[in-house]
Structure formats: structure tokens, C-alpha cells
Design a protein around this ligand. Structure first.
Ligand code: ZN
Length: 175
């Protein structure tokens, strides 16, 4: 076997740890109460630019921070994940508040405009006669997030990736 990579260079690659603006290629599974709620497709790692809005589920970036290539496993408490549940975000609406023809069943999602004009998603949790109970908490709020996965690669971002704010190449954005 011929050694083509100087050891010092190889060591640099192997030892590169996840930090802001590194490109991380990984697979993950997110479980809540033992049930899978999010995962990368089997055998299709996703590449992300660490520390940027990357579309990863809450808390996962903090799990990856400082890790190298290899498997990982972590439990993220609500305060470091999607936040605690706010009982004040469970609201009672009336059927009239919904668009005509809307399907009013538990689990259906709508966008609501709050008193301050802000728009946020909310789920119907119960329908009782004319009263519709909706929950505007994030779906994962108050949950312990159980992550397992594997980091396949950690590398330096290219100048172009930094400029675009996302990863290119395998598992990244193609354009
Ligand atoms: Zn791009």
C-alpha cells in the first residue's frame, strides 16, 4: 500500500471538529417518546453549513458542535431544544374563525394571526361543538429530543459556500 497523504495532513482531516462554518455531512434520527419524528432518508446523508439556518431540527446543531467523524447519540432537554410549552399558546377559537370549508379535526394545521399581527402555525387539538381548541406551541415544545446518527464528514467550507450560506456538493444544495 502506498501512502499518498502526508500524515500531518491526514491528521488534520481526521481531527477536524464541527464548529461554525464547517460543512458537516451527516445522517440523523430524531425520536420523541421513542417514536421517530424526523430522519434523513436511509443512505442519503445531508450536508449542512454549521451555525447557519440549515433546516435542521431544534437542538441538533448544539449536539454536533465540537464532535468529529463517527456515530453520536444525545438527549436534548426542552430548554435546549424546541423550548418549554407555553400554556398561554393553547387557545379557544370558534368555528367562524376558520375559512369556509376548512376541515376542523384534531391534528389539522392552520396559520393564525396573533393579536400583534404575527403569523404562527397552530394545530387543532380538539373540537367541542362550536369551540375549537388550538395549540400554537411548536410541535416539539416541552419534549426531550433523542438524537442518534453518524457524522460522515467534517470539512472546511469553500468561499462560495460561505457566501451562499449553505453547503454544496454531495448532500448539499445543487444549483
Ligand atoms: Zn449555493
Amino acid at each position: 500500500m502506498a501512502v499518498t497523504t502526508p500524515y500531518s495532513e491526514l491528521e488534520g482531516v481526521v481531527r477536524l471538529k464541527v464548529r461554525r462554518d464547517a460543512v458537516v455531512r451527516l445522517e440523523y434520527v430524531l425520536r420523541v417518546d421513542g417514536e421517530v419524528v424526523d430522519e434523513t432518508p436511509e443512505g442519503e446523508p445531508v450536508a449542512v453549513l454549521h451555525g447557519r439556518a440549515s433546516g435542521l431540527p431544534p437542538g441538533l446543531e448544539s449536539v454536533l458542535e465540537g464532535r468529529g467523524v463517527g456515530p453520536f447519540e444525545a438527549r436534548v432537554p426542552p430548554e435546549l431544544g424546541a423550548g418549554e410549552r407555553d400554556p398561554g399558546l393553547v387557545l379557544i377559537a370558534s368555528r367562524e374563525d376558520f375559512p369556509p370549508g376548512a376541515v376542523l379535526e384534531a391534528g389539522e394545521e392552520f396559520y393564525f394571526e396573533g393579536e400583534g399581527g404575527e403569523v404562527r402555525p397552530a394545530r387543532i387539538v380538539a373540537v367541542e361543538g362550536d369551540r375549537v381548541r388550538v395549540d400554537a406551541n411548536p410541535a416539539l415544545a416541552g419534549k426531550v429530543l433523542e438524537y442518534t446518527g453518524i457524522i460522515h464528514e467534517v470539512r472546511e467550507a469553500t468561499p462560495e459556500e460561505l457566501e451562499h450560506g449553505h453547503a454544496h456538493g454531495e448532500g448539499g444544495v445543487h444549483h
